[in-house]
Design a protein around this ligand. Sequence first.
Ligand code: HEM
Length: 398
Amino acid sequence: MGENYDPEEFDPSNYEFIQDPYEWYSALRKKDPVHFVESTGSFWITRYNDVSAALSGGRFGNHSVLSGSGEPVLDEARQIWSRTMLYSDPPDHTRLRSLVNKAFIPRVVENLRPNILAISSNLMETIDSSDRFDLMEAYAAPFPALVIAELLGVDPSFRERFKDWSNDIIKGMDGTLPSDDLRKSQNASLALASYFTELIEEKKRRPGMDLVSQLIDAREKDSMLDPVELLGMCLLLLVAGHETTTNLIGNGFYSLLRDRSKMIELDQDRSLMHSAIEEMLRFESPVQRISRTAFEEVNFAGIEIHRGSVISAVVGSANRDPEKFPAPQSLNLRRKENEHLAFGKGIHFCLGSPLARLEASIAFNALLDGFHGARLEGKAEWNRNTVMRGLKKLEISL
Ligand code: HEM
């Protein structure tokens, strides 16, 4: 793969790359595994061992990764994000993560199963499958949004607005986009922040059993969290728990629709669900690249990366590296050793992974029950984003 691709011509803003990045990844791994991309201002690192080392070694940090427009009002959004655990380095990162860690451990998440099952079956009941329909809109997008809204204590009727804000915020994470999109993204962060500011006041007056109320309690008891950090935590959990899981469901079901034999294999042997979900995470990873800034001079594949330079650890490529995974370009629902990097690695390893896995198993069981015989209609359309890989639409019919 990738033989006819010249890294000098690599342009990630090209829609052909978005549609099928894997030939390009293959070419980059072989010919230029540490490739500087002008439009993202970062070195794209594409081999599994290098990506894994970059994410876990402590030689790179997250805090200075954020880019902004320089306009004062919009910088406000950047300031909130820069105080979240995702964009913090130790010791702030350690403190912020420890505050919510307990809520996301597998045993606690397992208690959410009945509620998540109810959310899923309510949604399935609303789907009119008599004609072709868009699975992203009908199920993959609302399902994780409703789950995270319930966990945080957010009114589910705000879902549509959250979806728009969250989409705009995520668009802005892609450094290859025009500055208008960046501005839109920062405005969406501010709108979301203002929603949460009101919600926090309301929860102070009338606490509930939700996570926002627990965080307010932690803040008041131990002064562990300042007001901007509390706001940032709410924003991060809402956005992180939303689009990524939507894309795991969308990308995974799309992969099954493209290969009927896999759909039948999983439908008929649900004990494969666990390894199938790991394989879907590897095969069409919802997060394709993770940015970091070098704390010190680092050498990858003979290339010097200077202190302060930004890298993109391309997990979407690492997860298809033949040096790590036998037959990486095929979807093997029974794959045994599957040390994929779809949830990242190291101290920022996805906090929500137990929740994402639970949601995915509930979603795929429901979708197989309802739509195992579905057909793909038309051409799948991917979102124009080189960080988050997901479908804009997934039209199917029964
Ligand atoms: C399939 C779904 C998901 C995928 C593929 C995913 C992927 C990731 C990745 C790659 C990272 C590491 C980012 C980095 O190293 O800079 C991350 C971090 C994070 N994820 Fe997820 N995620 C998913 C679902 C969720 C869910 C459901 C939540 C729950 C709210 C969540 C919350 C977080 C948080 C809070 C972090 C930051 C952790 C830290 O900085 O220490 N994620 N996720």
